[in-house]
Design a protein around this ligand. Structure first.
Ligand code: SF4
Ligand code: SF4
Length: 254
């Protein structure tokens, strides 16, 4: 029996689903190994029953909560797919203000057009998540690794050390402070990307989320010592994981 797989989307740009569609060379093998029963960006649903659910996007509306809970109820395995699902991602930037303030800014005198909007939450703030595919967008090799691992009954590998480890192994030139104030976030960001951005000469922006026990405060101290405003330093570090606290800045500042 091939496992039935459903790919679902909450609040997102759907870029992670697009990454799967872009796997032209692997897609035919993939659909022979699994029963793809739902994949919004590619096909009409074939069945409402599935064993593995891959969910893209963050929870940003009350109406998404029962949808996600139903997916969790049906699936044996639930995977948070991409930075939005794993850590609220760029959608979490809305949490820098309250939902009410965001609605007022976007819809002016008609905020009721989206009256069930909440703070943005990663999936595991709402339901139990079994596995994560991190980064924005997801990496196809990581996606394939996860599917292959599940097919073989193995635990997918999910590194919990900083990007710097992979970067040093690749012998990249360190871009920690590019002297134009663009700080590489590799020291606090979870590895698994093979230090892709530093390998191409760009500072890591932290799309894979924080490594466990990341020393964020020390990172901010170093950035402040280098002349970066503390609020700006915190914002850079929160770009992909602003968290669900909300109401961080309702004072009208941008
Ligand atoms: S993780 Fe990035 S690519 Fe994926 S849905 Fe979110 S914003 Fe889009
Ligand atoms: S370039 Fe970034 S990821 Fe690479 S070693 Fe330096 S700080 Fe770490």
């Amino acid at each position: 029996m091939k496992p039935r797989v459903g790919i679902f989307s909450l609040s997102s740009c759907e870029g992670c689903q697009l990454q799967i569609l872009n796997m032209e060379e692997e897609l035919l093998d993939l659909v022979q190994a699994i029963d793809l029963v739902s994949f919004r960006e590619a096909m009409d649903p074939i069945s409402g029953e599935y064993d593995i659910a891959l969910v893209e996007g963050a929870v940003t509306r009350e109406s998404e909560i029962p949808v996600l809970q139903e997916i969790r109820r049906k699936a044996d395995v639930l995977v948070a797919m991409g930075a939005c699902a794993a850590a609220a991602g760029v959608i979490g930037l809305r949490n820098l203000r309250s939902p009410e303030e965001n609605l007022r800014r976007v819809y002016g005198e008609h905020p009721d057009v989206a009256d069930d909007v909440t703070v943005a939450r990663p999936l595991d703030e709402v339901v139990e998540v079994d596995y994560y595919i991190r980064s924005c967008p997801i990496d196809r090799d990581e996606f394939l690794h996860l599917i292959k691992s599940l097919l073989m009954g193995k635990e997918p590998y999910d590194p919990n050390y900083p990007v710097c480890v992979e970067c040093r192994i690749d012998e990249n030139v360190c871009l920690y402070d590019l002297n134009d104030g663009e700080f590489c976030q590799g020291p606090v960001t979870r590895a698994g990307c093979g230090a892709l951005c530093p390998g191409f000469g760009s500072a890591c922006m932290g799309c894979r989320g924080l490594v466990d026990d990341a020393n964020v405060e020390s990172m901010i101290d170093i950035m402040v010592e280098a002349g970066i405003d503390e609020r700006e330093a915190r914002r850079r570090l929160e770009l992909f994981h602003a968290g669900p606290e909300g109401k961080k800045n309702d004072n009208g500042e941008d």
